[in-house]
Design a protein around this ligand. Sequence first.
Ligand code: DGT
Ligand code: CA
Ligand code: CA
Ligand code: ZN
Length: 589
Amino acid sequence: MTVTNQDVLAMLSELVILTTLDEESPQSFKVRAYENARLALEVHGADITDLTVGELTKIKGVGKATANKVRELVDTGSVAKVDALREVYPPAYVELSRIPGMGPKTLKLVRRELGVEDVGGLREAIANQTLRALPGLGAKSEAKMAKAIERLGLTGKDRPTPIADALPLATRLVADLEAVAGVVEVAYCGSLRRMAETIGDIDITVASTEPGAVMKVVRNHREVADIVLSGDTKTSFLTSTGLQVDVRVVEPEQFGAATLYFTGSKAHNIALRQRAIDRGLLLNEYGLFTATDDGGEDLEPHEREVVARTTETEIYEALDLEFIPPPMREATGEVEAAGGDGLPELIQRSHIRGDLHYHTDRSGDGRSTVAEMVAVAAAKGYEYLAITDHGIDLAINGATAEEMLGQREVIRTVQVDYPDMVILWGCELNIGADGGLDYEPEFRALFEYTVASVHSHFDQSPRDQTERLVAAISDPTVDSIGHLTGRYIGRRPGIELDYDVVIEALAQFDVALEINGALQRLDAGADVVRRAVDRGVKLVINTDSHHTSELGRMEYGVLTGQRGWLPRDLVINTWERDRFLDWVDTHRG
Ligand code: DGT
Ligand code: CA
Ligand code: CA
Ligand code: ZN
C-alpha cells in the first residue's frame, strides 16, 4: 500500500493527540510544532510523499523532527514514535480524553492514583466515589462526568463514531479504491452519505468487474486493524479505533440499485419497495424488476425484466419520483413529497454566493491573513464575504475596539484589489452568561455584519440558556446566531435550549440562524434546521474558517441543510448581493 498525503496528515493528527496526552498540554512546543506542520502540509497542495527531508523542511512551518517522521512513514509504512506512544496511550485511554473535564493532566492523575484505563474504569471510580478524593476534583466533577459519559453514549459496543472521524477516513478509502484496476465507480453509502451526525459503520460500494483485485487492496489497506469478514465480493474490517468498514463490490450496471439500497435508510428503502410493489415491480439491491405480468400474475425469477438499475435517478424516475437527495432519505415524508406536490427547491452548493463567518490572524486562533482568506474566497467566485474576528469578550483571542478599527483599515486596503466582491467588516460577538454582548452598543452598530455565538458558560439551566439566546437575538446589532449549541459532536454536549422559543425569537427579530459547516459542529443540526424552516426562519451557511484550508466545509453545511429540508430561498447567502445587503440594512430596523 503506498502512503498518500492523506495518510501523512492522519499520522500527524494522531501524533498531535498522543503528544498532547504525553506532554499534558495542547500548548506544548512539540504539540504546536506537529500541528503547524500538519496545517502547512495540508495546504501545500502538491504531493509531499516524494519530498526529501531537506525539501520538506523548506516548507514554512515544517521542522526537521516532523520531516523525518513523514519520510519514515513513506519509507516504512509506520512511525516508531507513534507506535511507542500508542503503547502508552491505547485507544481506550485516548477515548477518555473526549470527556469534558478529562484533560491530559487529570487523565494521568486518575490513571496513576486509581488505575483508570478506560471509560469503564472511570464509571467505576465515579460509582465508588473515589474520584472526588483526588486533588482538583469533587462530587461536582463526578456528577458532570457521569452526565457526559451518559450523554456522549460512550458505553456499549456499538458506540457511534462522530461524522468528523468517519468522513475523512471514508474519503481516503474511496480515493484509494478508485485507483484500483478495473474499478469504474466508488461511493460511500449508509448513514455517512445521509450526513447523520454519528455513524455506526462505514459502507462503501464499488463498481468493478474484478472484485478480487478490490478485495485484495482492502485486506492490505493501511487502515485495517482487524478483518471481521473476508469474502469474494465483501470485506468488513475494523480500524485501530474500532470503527467498522464494509466494502462491497457490485457489477457496474447495478451500481445505482446497490448505492440506493446501501444508502438507506432502512425505512426509506421499505417505503420505496412498497411503492414498487404497488406498481407490480420488485426493488432490491440488484435493480428494479417487473414482478407481475399484465394480468397481475406473479412472474418466475427468470421471466422478470430489468426496469432500471444503473443509476439512482433512473430508479426514482421509474417509481414516478423526483430524485431524493441522500440526506433526506429518512422516511420523514420525502417519498410522499417526491411523488406528490414535489420536494422544496433544496439548497445546493452551487447556490452559495458568500461566506459570512470568517476568521483571520486577527483572531488568536486564526492562522491566515485577511489577504490570504479573501484570495481563496475570490477564487471560489464568492460575491461577498464577512470577516468576523472574535470580539473583545473572548478570553485570549478577542480584539479591542481599537484593534477592530485597525482591522477595518486592513480590510479596506484588501478590498481595493477585489472590485467584484464586497468584503464586509464584521465581528463574531460573544453571547455573555445573561445575553450581553461585546463593546458599547454604538460601537457594535458600526460593524457591517455580525454573528453572535456562545463560547462560554455551557452549564446553565435550559431556561437560562434560552433567555440568554433570546436576549442576544433581540439586540439590534445582531444579524445572525453562530453555532447555536456550541456542541462538538460526540465530544462536548451543547447547551440545552427551548428550541420553540429560540426559533420564535429568530423569526420575530428576523435574525438568521447559522449552519456551521465544521464537521465537529454541524450546528445548528438538521433537526433544528427543519423546525426553523417550518417557521420561515432565515438561515446562513458558513464555514467558520480559521485557515484557508477550511473553506471546503461549505459542502457539509449545505448537506446538513438538505437534511433539514432547507429551501434555497431561505438561505441569505444564496441571495444576490444587493438583496443580501438590503436585508442587513432593513432587518436591523
Ligand atoms: P449506521 O451504520 O448504523 O449508522 O446506519 P446505516 O443506515 O448505515 O445502516 P447499516 O450500515 O446497517 O446498513 C446500510 C444500509 O443498508 C441501510 O441504511 C439500509 C440497507 N439495509 C441494511 N439492512 C437492511 C434491511 O434489513 N432492510 C432494508 N430494507 N435495508 C437494509
Ligand atoms: Ca452504516
Ligand atoms: Ca454496514
Ligand atoms: Zn467563529
